[in-house]
Design a protein around this ligand. Structure first.
Ligand SMILES: Nc1nc2c(ncn2[C@@H]2O[C@H](COP(=O)(O)OP(=O)(O)OP(=O)(O)O)[C@@H](O)[C@H]2O)c(=O)[nH]1
Length: 327
C-alpha cells in the first residue's frame, strides 16, 4: 500500500460504494504500575526495541512515543513511567508525567500484571482513570505465566479489579503476553477501533520519535540496570557527550564512535560501576555496544566515563538537563 494514501484500508470495498472503512489514527497512553511490562509491550507492538526494559521496577523515565502503523490505523503509543508513590523529585516528575499523558490521548491502555493479584496500587490507578473522558482498555499482561485460558484469566481479573475497588469497572479486558506476542494483535485491533478517523500522523515506516541520543543513553542505562545491584540502578543517569562517524571501516561499514558519561550520586556507586579491574564497566560497555550496533546497523566504538554528581535526582536543573521535565 502506498503509505501516503491512508484511507485505503483492507476493509474498504473497491466497488466505489460509500461504505469505506475510514483509516484511524490517534494517541494511546500506556498506564500501569512499575514493572507490569509497558516497555516490553511497546517493543513487541512495533516489532523492534524502542524502549529499554529490565526486571528492576521504575526503569522508564521518559515519555516515549512509539508509532505502530497497520493497514487500518496508526497508533501513537505513549510509554509512561510506572505510577507509584514518589519518594523524591525525580519520582514526583515521573508520576506527573504519567498523569499528564492521560489528559492528552484518545485511548488509555491500562496494563496490569495478570500473574500478580490486584492490589491497592491497582485501586489507585483505577481511581485516577475513573473520570477519564476517553475509552479505557485493560491489557492483562504476562498471560504466559498464568497458565489459564484467556476467558478464565479475564473472569479472574474482573473479580480482582472489582475487589481492588468497590465500584465496578466495565472496561474491555485483553489477555496478552508482551513477551511472546500472544493476544497482541487482537489488542491492537481493539485499540485501533476506538481511535478517531484520521490520516497518518507520521510516515508509515516511523517507529519512534525518540531522538537517537536518548535511545543510546537508554541502552547504556539498561545495561547498568541489568548488571548492577540494588543500590546503584536508580541513582544512575547517562549523558551522551558525542557521536562521531569514525575514520575506520569494519568489513566495509562505517564505524560510529559514541562517547558517554554515566552519572552516579556517590563515589561508592562509582566504584561498583567500574568494578574490580574495570570489569563491570567493560561488561556494561560491551552489552550496550551490541545493542547500539543494531541501531546503527554497523560497528560501534563506545567509550564510557563515570562521574559523581551528588544528589542529581533532587536538582531541578540537573533533571531538566538530563531530559526529565515531568510535563
Ligand atoms: N513472563 C512475562 N514477563 C514479562 C512480560 N512482559 C514484561 N515482562 C517482564 O517484566 C519485567 C518488566 O518489564 P518492563 O517492560 O521493563 O516493565 P515496565 O512496565 O515498562 O516497567 P517500568 O519502567 O518500571 O514502569 C521485565 O523483566 C520483562 O521481561 C510478559 O508478557 N510475560
Amino acid at each position: 500500500m502506498d503509505p501516503s494514501t491512508p484511507t485505503a484500508s483492507p476493509g474498504q470495498p473497491d466497488d466505489g460504494s460509500s461504505e469505506a472503512v475510514p483509516f484511524r489514527s490517534g494517541f494511546v497512553a500506556l498506564i500501569g504500575r512499575p514493572n507490569v511490562g509497558k516497555s516490553t509491550l511497546l517493543n513487541q507492538l512495533v516489532g523492534q526495541k524502542v524502549a529499554i526494559t529490565s526486571p528492576v521496577a521504575q526503569t522508564t523515565r521518559n515519555r516515549l512515543r512509539a508509532i505502530l502503523t497497520t493497514p487500518a490505523a496508526q497508533l501513537i503509543l505513549l510509554d509512561t513511567p510506572g505510577i507509584h508513590k514518589p519518594h523524591h523529585l525525580l519520582g514526583e516528575r515521573l508520576v506527573q508525567s504519567a498523569r499528564g499523558a492521560i489528559g492528552e490521548v484518545d485511548v488509555v491502555l491500562l496494563l496490569v500484571d495478570a500473574s500478580q493479584p490486584a492490589g491497592r496500587g491497582d485501586g489507585f490507578i483505577i481511581d485516577l482513570l475513573r473520570h477519564c473522558r476517553v475509552p479505557v482498555h485493560v491489557a492483562l499482561n504476562k498471560s504466559d505465566r498464568v497458565g489459564a485460558d484467556a476467558e478464565d484469566l479475564a473472569a479472574t481479573y474482573r473479580e480482582m479489579l472489582a475487589a481492588a475497588d468497590d465500584r465496578p469497572v466495565a472496561w474491555p479486558l485483553h489477555p496478552c503476553s508482551a513477551l511472546n506476542g500472544d493476544g497482541c494483535q487482537a489488542l491492537v485491533e481493539a485499540l485501533a477501533a476506538d481511535l478517531p478517523a484520521g490520516p497518518l500522523l507520521y510516515p508509515a515506516d516511523t517507529v519512534s520519535d525518540q531522538p537517537e541520543q536518548l535511545l543510546l543513553a537508554e541502552l547504556i542505562r539498561e545495561q547498568v540496570l541489568t548488571l548492577t545491584r540494588e543500590e546503584v540502578p536508580h541513582s544512575v543517569a547517562v549523558r551522551i557527550e558525542r557521536i562521531v562517524e569514525d575514520e575506520g571501516k569494519v568489513k566495509g561499514k562505517e564505524r560510529t564512535a559514541v562517547l558517554a558519561t554515566v552519572l552516579v550520586e556517590r563515589s561508592s556507586q562509582k566504584g561498583i560501576l567500574i568494578g574490580k579491574g574495570g570489569q563491570m564497566l567493560k561488561a556494561i560497555g560491551q552489552g550496550a555496544r551490541l545493542q547500539m550496533q543494531k541501531v546503527f546497523d554497523g560497528p560501534v566504538y563506545l567509550e564510557l566515563f563515570v562521574k559523581v554528581v551528588p544528589n542529581w535526582r533532587s536538582h531541578p536543573g540537573r533533571l531538566a538537563e538530563l531530559g526529565y521535565r515531568g510535563d
